[in-house]
Design a protein around this ligand. Sequence first.
Ligand code: 4AD
Length: 457
Amino acid sequence: MQRTRIIDALTAAVGTELTVAGWVRTARHHAGTNPITFVMLNDGSCMAALQVVATPELANYEDIVLKLSPGCSVVVTGRLVESQGKGQKVELAAASLRQFGSADAEHYPIQAQRHSFEFLRTIAHLRPRTNTFGAVARVRNAICAIIHEFFQKRGFLYVHTPIITASDCEGAGELFRVTTLPPGKSDPAEDFFGTATNLTVSGQLEVETYCCAMGDVYTFGPTFRAENSNTPRHLAEFWMVEPEIAFADLSDDADLAEEFLRTIFSEVLTRCPEDMAFFEKWIDKEVVATLRHVIDNDFVRLTYTEAIDVLTKAGREWAYAPEWGKDLQTEHERYLTEENFKKPVIVTDYPSSIKPFYMRLSDDGRTVAAMDVLVPRVGEIIGGSQREERLDVLGARMKAQGMNPEDYGWYLDLRRYGTMPHAGFGLGLERAVQFVTGMQNIRDVIPFPRTPGNAKF
Ligand code: 4AD
C-alpha cells in the first residue's frame, strides 16, 4: 500500500491527494440535517493525529463510518483541505474509508481518560497506543540513532559482543544461568556448551579484545542482571552502550562521556520537539530546562574521597551514613548532583575494594581509576574506568577478588601481547531515556520491562 505517514501528511500542501492508515483515537459522529464524522487518526509517526472528515457521501457511511470507535484500524484516501478547527493546518476530506479491524468500544482497554502507568504496565502490548508511550518510543528510537551517529562520526567501530558468555564482567554474581541440562543435573561439563554459561552482564571484556586490535570501538546491546532490586531505576534486562577508547586514560574517558551525554540531550531537543513539549507539559515541568542546563554547563569532577568529604559535611540525616570504603547510595548521589552542585557530577577514583577487577589500580594502592557520572533524579547514568593494562597487577586483582585467572586466559592475553592503556564506560540506555523524558519509573521507558517477578510479556 502506498501510504503517507501522518507526520508528512500534516505538513503537506492543501489540495494534495493521499492515503493514510492508522488507528482511530477518537470518532465524533454528528447527526442532524448535515451528518458528519470527525475521526482523529494516529499512525505512530508523530504525536499529533490527523483529522479525517467523513460525510454520508461515502458509500459505507452508515455501515462502517458511523460505527468507528477508538482503536479501530482504517485506511483513508482523500484530499487535504484547510482545517476549520483549531490546532491543525490541514484535515483530510475522505473520498474513501476502509476499515481493517474493529475494536469493541466496551472492552477496548485504552479509553479516553488518562490511565495510570501501573495499569498500563499490565497491558504492555497495548500501551504504545497511548500518547505517553508513543512519545517514549520515538524518543528512545532517536537516542539510539544519535548514539550510533555519535560514535560512527568519530570513527568508532561497532562490535557485536555475545549475549551468552562464560564470564562475569562485573564480578557481582548477578548472573542468569543459561543451561539445557534437565532438572536434577548440574555438571557444567555435560551442559550444552560444556561449561557454565550465563547471559551477559556487560559486553566490556569482549569489546576490549577489538579495542586492542582495531582502536576505538563500541558495543550496544541487551545486558542482564539478576539483582533483586525493585526500584524505579533497575531492570533485570536493560540495554547498555559501551565505548572502549584505545590509548586513553580516565580523563579522556570522562571527556568522552561528557561530550556524549551533551550530544544526546541537545540532539533529542532538536529532533523530537513535539514529544519533548509533551513530556514538559504532562510528565515533568522541569525536564526541558534541566536538559538545557546540562547542555550549557560543564560537569563537576571530583574524587570519591572529596565526595565523601562533601557528604559528611552536609549536616543532614542519612539512611546510610557516608563512609570511605562504602559505595555511594542513591541518596548520596542525588544530594551531590541535585542539591550540592546542581549539575551532573563525575565522581572518580573509587576505593579498589568496591570496584571490579579490571579497573586500573592507582599509585596510592587503594583506589582505582574509576568514574561514575551522576545526573539529577536518575543518579548514576554512566559507569566507567581506565582498564588495568599491567598483566601482573591484573592477575593479582583477580585473585584478590576470588577469581581464577585461568578462566580469563583470553583476557589476560590482551595484556600479554601488545598491552596498552585504554578506557571505556557503559551508559544504561533506559536511564538515559528516563532522564531525557522525565519518566519516573524505568519500567515505563522499555517496551517490555523485566523485573523480579515480571516477565509475562
Ligand atoms: O556501572 P556498570 O555496572 O558498568 C559496567 O557494566 C561496565 N562494564 C561498563 C563499562 O565500563 N564498559 O553499568 C553501567 C551503566 C550504569 O551506570 C547504569 O546506567 C546502567 O548501566 N545499569 C542499569 N540500568 C538499569 N538497570 C540495572 N539493573 C542497571 N545496572 C546498571
